[in-house]
Write a protein that binds this ligand. Structure first.
Ligand code: MN
Length: 731
């Protein structure tokens, strides 16, 4: 096929699909523009199948049109591989197709780079990155899943190992993800394809069996349809009855669960026809759903314990339906029946995409979906914590929370709470509120007392009994299921221990340094600085670390002694202290135009110097404090209290001059020289103690902003007047 024919062919497919979804001309042109761009960029590439690469993005786009996704998603689908595979950049996409499309492509590209078969730590952080990318714009997951679907559909062109690796990843991550977002059709197809590559013998056994029973199945469905239609008509319930063939993977899972060996010849007797099909009843309203259920239960005997009301308790992927199993009177076999409205059906098939589409027609801003109730779980998971060291724990917990099957639990107030299967009253308690979890002593389920490790069942009504004097028990970690509960129980213990460790830390200080000296050190600014250098957020954290044995006192003592030998930072700080002490605040004020006439002071914690990026912190009574923009303390301040300020440009023109100063090496020498320079009103850009040519001398390399040769001469003479300065040399 010529390039031109190919292009016309694919354009035709896209236009036909868009027209069948009644998309307007604007949308069609927008999509075709993206197609042209993708076509141009992928023209040189071929897929493993030998087909032109462009066939792939077009297939992904067609999937999304089928799901009735908006034009931005469809465009992003067409462009999803251009940044990764061709010369086009994020900026190019943004300029031509807008921020939204460029960002979706960006998210999909990020997801493609994540490897879920790497080390556990990496998987963990990758899983989190995936959730983050999806939380930014949920359309990322639509494009990614459609992308994965087409790759799975064309997997036969790859090598066997690669087929298995990709199938495993699909089954572990992407099929559950499709389920989590309610994309049922994609989930089913992904699972069946995985089965084909991972268990090919079982796959063909099941496939052959289903094929051989096709006529029998269709005959049964026809018979059931007529009977059910009749009884519903008699009760004036307007309904459409559909037969439903189960997908291969669900048959496979069911056989595995029953520990039935999947061997071709034996399957026939093991697998009754009713395990291969179900019936679906579609009606106009919720009222009709329950009415239809009543009529069906009157006609066929329901199997006890098999009724599930997902209308009252929707799944967290938004799925709603009534499920029941009834006994077919003529051969005493169980039949699964689903009853739902047309709207619920749309959501059941297309999940988030259907929701998105409905919302789109009412709410113009697509960003609104981010606030949707249905996606709160995602936002919550992403916002939890970002501590890398806990990534592994986060993964095992959250992967379970996100991808596991769920149970739906009622609170006494009638709220529905979704929890992973196997959850206990403790999980439920923490899901409601940390305090309720922390003080939980027992639980009533359906008004009966149960043990707190009871496994909750769908529809259980749970009431938590608390006692304010109670606290979490570490043994709970053995049975709680949710990440949230595990995290909270551990945090409670960490917090308790921290208080104990602080007391212990104080004692250890006193033992090590003697009581009086310890008190002095604990109040000193040096210790505060050292604690920051050792990455403790506060003095309390430092003490807790000492108490728990995470921080050695010897290291602290060493650092305290080292303070006496001046370092660069110490000198600059001392210099600044000197400067601020000497120069009245009023004189400096003119340096910051925004603060003209305001009361302000230089922050002691970070000591900003003119020229450094600074920010003002407004405090009651004390006016404004000037901090370095990167000061740790500023990060703790509420944004309302911050003020953008800048140093005024000095009018005096200066240029940097490098000077080497050889001095007698004694404590305080460096400080003396820096003080002298600052005293003269010169700005120090850089300062290093570089070499010690002999044991008794040191070489200081200083870069100073100098206005003129006269100024430099003046400064040099001043320095040489100091008794310990041996030589001053301009470089
Ligand atoms: Mn792709």
């Amino acid at each position: 096929m010529s390039v031109q024919d190919l292009k016309e062919d694919l354009t035709g497919n896209l236009v036909k699909a868009l027209n069948s979804r009644r998309r307007n001309q604007d949308e069609i042109s927008f999509v075709l523009e993206a197609f042209d761009f993708a076509f141009k960029n992928h023209i040189q590439q071929k897929r493993k199948s030998g087909e032109p690469y462009i066939v792939h993005p077009v297939a992904v786009a067609l999937s999304l049109i089928e799901l009735n996704c908006d034009k931005e998603s469809v465009c992003a689908a067409l462009l999803h591989d251009v940044v990764e595979d061709t010369g086009a950049s994020h900026e190019d996409l943004r300029d031509i197709f807008g921020e939204t499309v460029a960002d979706i492509v960006d998210g999909v590209t990020k997801l493609s780079k994540l490897n879920f078969k790497s080390s556990e730590e990496e998987q963990a952080s990758n899983f989190r990155k995936m959730l983050l990318a999806i939380a930014k714009d949920v359309r990322v997951v639509l494009v990614k899943l459609a992308d994965r679907l087409h790759n799975m559909q064309t997997l036969n062109y790859l090598k066997k190992e690669k087929q298995q690796r990709i199938s495993r990843e699909t089954l572990d991550v992407f099929a559950p993800l499709a389920n989590r977002f309610g994309l049922r059709n994609i989930q089913i197809e992904l699972e069946d394809l995985c089965l084909k590559y991972l268990h090919s013998d079982e796959y063909s056994a099941i496939k052959d069996l289903v094929k051989s029973k096709r006529h029998e199945r269709e005959a049964q469905i026809q018979k059931l349809k007529i009977v059910i239609k009749q009884v519903l008509d008699d009760s004036s319930i307007k309904a459409e009855i559909q037969g439903r063939a189960k997908h291969f993977f669900s048959i496979f899972a069911k056989l595995k669960q029953k520990e039935i060996q999947i061997i071709e010849d034996k399957l026939d007797e093991e697998l009754p026809i009713y395990d291969l099909l179900g019936i679906r009843v579609l009606v106009d309203s919720v009222k009709d759903c329950y009415a239809a259920l009543g009529v069906i239960h009157e006609t066929f005997r329901p199997m006890p314990g098999r009724f599930k009301d997902y209308i009252a308790l929707p799944k967290s992927n938004m799925y709603q339906s009534l499920h029941t199993t009834v006994i077919i009177p003529w051969d005493k076999r169980p039949l699964e029946v689903q009853i739902r409205t047309y709207e619920m059906h749309e959501v059941a098939e297309h999940g988030i995409a259907a929701h998105w589409h409905y919302k789109e027609s009412h709410v113009p801003s697509s960003a609104k979906l981010g606030d949707a109730e249905e996606l709160k779980w995602l936002k919550q998971l992403v916002s939890w914590h970002t501590d890398v060291s806990e990534a592994k724990e986060y993964y095992s917990g959250v992967k379970n929370d996100v991808l596991a099957q769920e149970v739906y639990i009622l609170s006494p107030k009638g709220d529905v709470i979704a929890l992973p299967q196997g959850s206990t009253p403790v999980d439920f308690a923490y899901k409601i509120h940390t305090r309720i979890g922390d003080t939980c002593t027992g639980a009533k389920v359906n008004e009966k007392m149960v043990s707190i490790n009871y496994k909750l069942q769908n529809g259980d009504m749970v009431e938590i009994i608390t006692n304010k004097n109670n606290h979490p028990n570490l043994s709970w970690l053995n049975f709680v299921k949710t990440h949230q509960a595990k995290y909270r129980i551990k945090s409670w213990y960490k917090k308790q221990n921290k208080e104990r460790h602080i007391v212990l830390g104080e004692q250890m200080f006193a033992d090590h340094f003697g009581k009086a000296k310890a008190d002095e050190i604990l109040k000193s600014e040096e210790l505060l600085k050292i604690s920051q250098k050792l990455n403790h957020k506060s003095l309390q954290d430092l003490l807790a670390a000492v108490g728990s044995g995470d921080q050695s006192l010897a290291q602290i003592e060493h650092k305290l002694n080292a303070v006496k030998a001046p370092t660069k930072e110490d000198n600059i700080e001392q210099l600044q202290k000197f400067k601020t002490r000497k120069a009245p605040a009023k004189g400096d004020m003119a340096d910051i135009p925004e603060l003209d006439g305001l009361l302000y002071s230089i922050a002691k914690c970070c000591m900003p110097i003119p020229g450094e990026a600074v920010i003002g912190v407004i405090s009651k009574g004390k006016g404004i404090t000037i901090h370095r923009a990167d000061c740790y303390n500023v990060k703790q301040v509420e944004p309302e209290r911050l003020m953008n300020i800048n140093w005024k440009n000095k009018e005096r023109k200066t240029y940097p001059a490098k000077i080497n100063i050889e001095v007698v090496d004694r404590i305080g020498m460096v400080k003396d020289i820096l003080t002298l320079i600052a005293d003269g009103g010169f700005n120090i850009r850089d300062f290093k103690v570089t070499e010690r040519p002999t044991k008794t001398t040191a070489l200081l390399k200083v870069t100073i902003d100098i206005g003129s040769v006269e100024e430099l001469k003046f400064l040099t003479n001043k320095m040489l007047n100091l008794s310990d300065v041996l030589q001053v040399e301009r470089l």
